[in-house]
Design a binder for this molecule. Structure first.
Ligand SMILES: O=C(O)CCC(=O)C(=O)O
Ligand SMILES: [Fe+2]
Length: 377
């Protein structure tokens, strides 16, 4: 594609698609289409710092014949194949087929929850805080029972009810088909992934307009300012459902966990501190000062959120009676994950890394003090 551009117009500084079109046609360079694909969205060539104006490349892309796109796709596909195992590819293909079957056939019960309708989803206090969009406005509706763990009221009861009945309706529908329901993750035998039955677009807005403003402020060191994708699901605990959840960290930079209802006892979430990959199994640190405690139990209440770093170790105690349904949104950042691959330093947020660093500093101070004492004698 770049070669074509150079051949066509080496000194071009196109100001409009029309100018480029005219020149392309004049040169009647073979292999390009005579008329541009007007609805084609071109790549951004600005960052390549090519010797010709970036607009020229963008415009020329509209004249590429279909087979050239195929060449590009094949080229990109070959690169991607190197990163995905055969099993990954089969899994992705199956998921795609499953979602297509669901989307084409499942009749939604509450169509109104499939697009973001903030006034009807969120509580007025939460909306006011988001509208103001400052750390102070967020903190005014939140409690921070442990460093980096935030709780607040977020969802309206009516929305919680509708989402729960939509999930029930979807599960009932799946039971009547030959499809096998895909569970949110390896830890749950119950629950559903919201993207699977059409809630992806609503969750995109949920993430960008209602989680990102907060994660940008509170979880910068965890990649919270660049969260760009989500895994949103509903988990169900109670009789004939899942009972409890073992200690784990989420596959997420930031996790939002909100209870939808209904009536239940037990099911509290327990936290044991933030850890990097290397220190997942290290002990939780008790301490005299409140903020040093890593152990914390949270009791769910319908409509209320607990927001925490994905790397915060946690689990859920048994739900003793009734049914508990929670909406979980794992928020991920592509940029943060990419950067992490090149990070050599210890992560600043891991409780155990911090403890070890302090311990090393304490020991070297002791050695220095001993040395000084010896010299005094
Ligand atoms: O059941 C809960 O509230 C915790 C769920 C959870 O941590 C998860 O699904 O990752
Ligand atoms: Fe979790």
């Amino acid at each position: 594609m770049l070669v074509v551009a150079t051949d066509v117009c080496p000194t071009a500084t196109a100001t409009s698609d029309g100018q480029v079109a005219a020149r392309v046609m004049n040169l009647s360079f073979d292999g390009l289409c005579i008329s541009p694909k007007r609805d084609h969205k071109s790549e951004n060539y600005e960052y390549l710092q090519l010797e010709f104006n970036a607009h020229v490349f963008g415009s020329l892309e509209q004249y590429l014949p279909p087979h050239k796109f195929e060449v590009e796709v094949r080229y990109m596909r070959n690169i991607l194949l190197r990163y995905f195992t055969e099993n990954d590819r089969i899994r992705i293909q199956k998921l795609r087929e499953y979602r297509l079957k669901v989307i084409l056939n499942y009749p939604p019960l509450h169509r109104e929850i499939y697009t973001m309708d903030a006034e009807n989803f969120f509580t007025p206090s939460f909306l006011r805080a988001i509208k103001e969009n400052t750390e102070a406005s967020f903190r005014s509706i939140m409690a921070e029972p442990r460093k980096g763990i935030y709780t607040f009221e977020m969802l309206q009861p009516q929305f919680c009810k509708k989402l729960m009945s939509e999930v029930d309706s979807f599960e009932r529908w799946v039971r009547g088909t030959k499809l096998r329901i895909m569970r949110p993750n390896a830890m749950n035998k119950h629950g559903v992934v919201l993207d699977d039955f059409g809630l992806e677009i609503m969750l995109d807005r949920f993430l960008s307009d209602f989680i990102h403003p907060m994660s940008r402020v509170f979880y910068r060191e965890f990649g919270g300012s660049s969260v760009d994708s989500h895994h949103g699901f509903v988990v169900e605990y109670g009789i004939n459902k899942d009972v409890e959840l073992g200690l784990h960290v989420d596959d997420a930079e930031v996790s939002l966990n909100v209870c939808l209802g209904k009536e239940f006892s037990g099911g509290e979430v327990f936290f044991q501190g933030v850890r990097c990959e290397e220190h997942l199994l290290s002990n939780a640190q008790p301490g005299a000062l409140m903020e040093k405690f890593e152990i914390f139990n949270y009791f769910h209440a319908p409509g209320h959120v607990i927001l925490h770093p994905g790397r915060q170790r946690h689990g859920a105690r048994p739900t003793i009676s009734g049914n508990r349904t929670n909406l979980i949104i794992w928020c991920r950042s592509t940029a943060f994950r990419e950067l992490k691959k090149y990070q050599r330093d210890f992560p600043s947020w891991c409780g155990e890394c911090k403890r070890k660093k302090k311990e090393r500093a304490r020991l070297s101070l002791m050695v220095i003090q001993q040395e000084l004492r010896k010299r005094e004698i």
